[in-house]
Design a protein around this ligand. Structure first.
Ligand code: FES
Length: 99
């Protein structure tokens, strides 16, 4: 059993919570009340849920094929992830430009 912490910190909001198994960054944001855009039902096509990963990029699942396509189309920086596609596997800290 993996007992490593999966705490997601939403900076600089001061909100954080432990991700449950298979939860995405967007799932945890919703639970903590961190306002995070989303318009496609979390299927990975609207790119409204983009977050910048400040720490713990390795704690997130690798980009899915759809995320890779959307990231290229929207010219996302390598440090930016679609929160609805990034499954939390360890501790991380994320931000957006509107927090
Ligand atoms: S909610 Fe639409 S891409 Fe994440």
């Amino acid at each position: 059993m993996n007992t490593q912490s999966r705490i997601v910190n939403f900076s600089p909001l001061g909100l954080e919570a432990e991700a449950k198994a298979d939860e995405t960054v967007l799932d945890v944001a919703r639970r903590t009340g961190a306002p995070l855009g989303n318009a496609c039902g979390a299927v990975g096509i609207c790119a409204r849920c983009v977050v910048r990963v400040l720490d713990g990029a390795e704690s997130l699942s690798p980009p899915t094929a759809i995320e890779t396509r959307v990231a290229a189309r929207n010219k996302l920086d390598p440090a930016e992830r679609l929160a609805c596609q990034a499954v939390v596997m360890g501790p991380c800290r994320v931000t957006t430009g509107y927090w």
